[in-house]
Every structure is written in C-alpha cells, then in structure tokens.
Design a protein around this ligand. Structure first.
Ligand code: C5P
Length: 238
C-alpha cells in the first residue's frame, strides 16, 4: 500500500507521515529531505541554483540514503555523510524551493522516491507532489493544510526547541515566501489532488490527525504491524 501526503510547509506532514508509517509498519519516505540534501550538496559545491544542467548532473550523481532509526526518525546520508541536521539549516531552507523548481532535478527525485517505494511493502511518502506526480495512483492521498500563522507558530517553536530561535514575524514571512514559490512554480506546483482526503490541522493535535489517516488507511485495507524495510536495495534501470 502507498499512502501519499502533500501540503505546505509547517502543515505537520513529516511528523504525521512518520507516525502513520510507524503505526502501519510502513516505510516513511520524506521527499522534502531529498530536495534538501540536494540543495546542501549544491551549496557546498558552489553550484548556481539556476543552472538546470549542472543541478541535474548533481541529482544523478550523489549517493543518497534515507535510513529509518529505531525511533522512526530518518537519518539522511549524502555520499556516506550524515547530513540529517544540516539539511534543516536556514541557508538550505531558504534555497531549497529554487532547486525544487528545476524540472530535470524533479525528474531525478521522482525516480528515486519511486525506487525506494518499490522495494518497501508499504510506504508513506510526503512532500509537495507525492499525490499528484510521484504516486498519482496511491492507495490513499492526503492533503494537510493549516493557516500560515499556525504553521509559523509551529515552525518557530520547533526552531526554538532545536536551539536556533528565530523571530515569529521572520518565520511567517519565510513560510509565506516558500508557499508562494511552491504553488506558483511551472513544474509540479503544490496543489490538492481531486481525490485527496483534505485535513485542516489548524486546531487538531498530531494524534488526532494520525488517527484520522490510519483509520482511512485501514478502510482501504492497510493491516499494519509489518516491519519497515531498513534500506532500499538498488533496482534495475528501466
Ligand atoms: O517538506 P520540506 O519543507 O522539507 O520540503 C522542502 C522543500 O522541498 C519544499 O519547500 C519544496 O520546495 C520542495 N519539495 C518539493 N516537492 C516535494 C517535496 C519537497 O518541491 N515532493
């Protein structure tokens, strides 16, 4: 079974996707983490974020691994180095939507996510186009939304918890700017799939959102309880 979840930044997608995956014994695939890791690689190599050919070559060449830990968190490895924390830096967060607007980069990421899912029995993928482009035939599609103010409050709290506090107004502006870029881009813009279950999480707890999705997944035949696959085996080129 494939569950695909999209929504704007701060809608709670990654947290909810991780918990839904844990409850169903599925593999969590955070596609945003892949875009972030590629952005970090581009920044480190000094590649311009508007050079499609060089960015596409980078997206093809780097080795990327998403490895679930005991707690269900994903460790992200870029060419063997653990970059889990570095991909959440403000520099990467500011730059990622520019790289994510580059069509050949998106094609590479789409392929990588599909390959990871192909070797998992069940997967929960989250991002901006998992319901519309990566898995248009997902067994369950979910769109999470919340007001920009609530999303900024959540992000500000998370930054403070990680010891990198930023003023609320600044966080809100950054969220609104990323929303604009993700919704207005020409390739695979963020939008609601017609058959998605839309959940407004503004006044809901994480547990309530997770329960709603797990119940919808069970109605569609998810059994749960299987162990997640630890890492993705390479599959044949098509
Ligand atoms: O989910 P997260 O905020 O980590 O995603 C970072 C960025 O990656 C998004 O703002 C978006 O520009 C891009 N992204 C995307 N398509 C996806 C996942 C993420 O364009 N499927």
């Amino acid at each position: 079974m494939i569950i695909a979840m999209d929504g704007p930044s701060g809608s709670g997608k990654s947290t909810v996707a991780r918990e839904v995956a844990r409850r169903l014994g599925a593999l969590h695939i955070d596609s945003g983490a892949i875009y972030r890791a590629l952005t970090l690689a581009a920044l480190e190599r000094g590649l311009p974020l508007d050079d499609p050919a060089r960015l596409a070559a980078l997206a093809r060449e780097v080795r990327l691994e998403l490895e679930p830990t005991e707690t269900g968190e994903l460790r992200v490895r870029l060419d063997g180095c653990d970059v889990t924390d570095r991909i959440r830096s403000p520099e990467v967060t500011r730059a990622v939507s520019r790289l994510a607007a580059v069509a050949p980069v998106r094609a590479q990421v789409t392929e990588r996510v599909r390959r990871i899912a192909a070797v998992a029995r069940d997967a929960v993928a989250d991002g901006r186009d998992t319901t519309t482009v990566i898995f248009p035939h997902a067994d369950l599609k979910v769109y999470l939304e919340a007001s920009a103010e609530e999303r900024a409050r959540r992000r500000a709290r998370e930054l403070a918890r990680r010891g990198r506090p930023e003023p609320y107004e600044q966080v809100l502006r950054a969220i609104e700017e990323r929303d604009r870029q993700d919704r207005e881009r020409a390739v695979a813009p963020l939008r609601i799939a017609p058959d998605a279950l839309v959940i407004d999480t503004t006044n809901m707890t994480i547990d309530e959102v997770v329960d709603t999705i797990v119940q919808a997944a069970r109605e569609r035949g998810a059994t749960g309880g299987r162990r997640p696959v630890a890492s993705a085996e390479p599959v044949e080129e098509r």
